[in-house]
Design a protein around this ligand. Structure first.
Ligand code: SF4
Length: 362
């Protein structure tokens, strides 16, 4: 098996140096590095070999693979052809059947301790409910994981159990962390599916720095899961002002008010959706009028239906009665929404204070 650096591979494919540098800049941005650190990424990509990846699918819907191949910064083409050497994938491998199973065995033998195992889907405790190539999923996972450099568990099924693990969980589906990976570290990258640039970003981090990114207590890369959706939300000013959508077709929904009362899980969800968005940074659920469904958190799917309100979240009092028509004419973005809500609150408070003072004067 031929060893090539990311740069060599890209140049041989006809990629210009300019485009190679653009890819490195996109990777640096995805990893949240300062622009001045782009040279570290360039240096790594010029000197380090492409990392071999075995991608195993278990009880899944292929949504994580679908997300992965929609990366736009860098492009899927750059990731699959230059950044990694995708040695085994049930979706993307050209070979199939015995041929591809034999190829995987050859990779495990040749790259022992040097390849990344990417997983998608949960594993039934009794592997018989998920067999690939005649072998139970738990046996395949444990053997491939123990010989890997690191395991990246993509998606909420691999990370937490996910939809296959939802009640009544007929296959007794478990996350990959419930199985033995030996001394191989496991990083989880939850989401249903995870954001494509986050999926490629964690591999790029390994290539650049030679280590996995810093993880939080759950095993998620901190860089991508440290922010709560609620704290970065473009509708947060409405939450704070107590202005809520009560049903999906009411006037408040047309005005873009907070979606908490129609089931938004943003207050308990940590992910990069607000910063990175989806489909090349185009949008994300809350921006398009849908509540966050908390897909990257433990307990998704059982932790409340899409439209069920979160319990135990103290609601702010409605501090202003604002004519939606007036707000609709004024609000044009996040900053404006915040100013309007704050302004309305201040005006109401001033009004109350004035009345109180007038009352006390009498
Ligand atoms: S509850 Fe949801 S829509 Fe409302 S501010 Fe929080 S994250 Fe945004």
């Amino acid at each position: 098996m031929e060893k090539k650096s990311v740069f060599q591979s890209a140049i041989e494919r006809g990629v210009s140096r300019r485009d190679f540098l653009k890819m490195c800049t996109a990777l640096a941005a995805t990893m949240g590095l300062e622009f001045s650190q782009t040279d570290k990424v360039v240096n790594a990509m010029e000197t380090k070999e492409k990392v071999p990846v075995i991608w195993l699918q278990f009880q899944d819907c292929t949504g994580c693979s679908e997300s992965f191949i929609r990366s736009s910064h860098p492009t899927t083409e750059s990731v699959v052809l230059d950044l990694i050497s995708l040695e085994y994938s049930e979706v993307l491998s050209a070979a199939s059947g015995h041929q591809v199973e034999e190829a995987m065995e050859a990779v495990i033998e040749h790259y022992k301790g040097k390849y990344i195992l990417a997983t998608e889907g949960s594993i039934p405790e009794d592997g018989i409910y998920c067999m690939v190539g005649g072998k139970p999923a738990n046996e395949i996972y444990e053997r491939v994981a123990k010989n890997a450099l690191a395991v990246i568990a993509y998606g909420s099924c691999s990370a937490w159990g996910g939809i296959a693990g939802a009640k009544p969980n007929p296959t007794n589906a478990k996350p990959v962390t419930a199985f033995d990976s030996g001394d191989t570290p496991v990083m989880i990258v939850p989401g249903c599916p995870p954001i494509s640039e986050v999926m490629t970003g964690v591999i790029a981090h390994y290539l650049t720095f030679g280590i996995l990114p810093e993880l939080d207590g759950f095993g998620r890369p901190k860089a991508f899961y440290k922010h709560r959706i609620h704290d970065k939300c473009n509708r947060r000013a409405y939450f704070d002002a107590g202005l809520f959508v009560e049903s999906f077709d009411d006037e408040a929904s047309k005005q873009g008010y907070c979606l908490y009362k129609v089931g938004c899980k943003g207050p308990t969800t940590y992910n990069s959706c607000m910063e990175m968005r989806w489909n090349g940074g185009t949008s994300m659920p809350i921006l398009s009028g849908n509540p966050c469904i908390g897909c990257s958190e433990d307990g998704f799917w059982d932790a409340g239906s899409f439209t069920e309100r979160l319990a135990d979240i103290p609601l702010p009092q409605k501090i202003a009665t604002v004519d939606p028509a007036v707000i609709g004419g004024v609000v044009t973005g996040v900053a404006t929404a915040a100013v309007v809500a704050h302004g309305a609150a201040t005006a109401v408070k001033k009004n109350i204070d004035d009345k109180k003072n007038t009352h006390e004067d009498h």
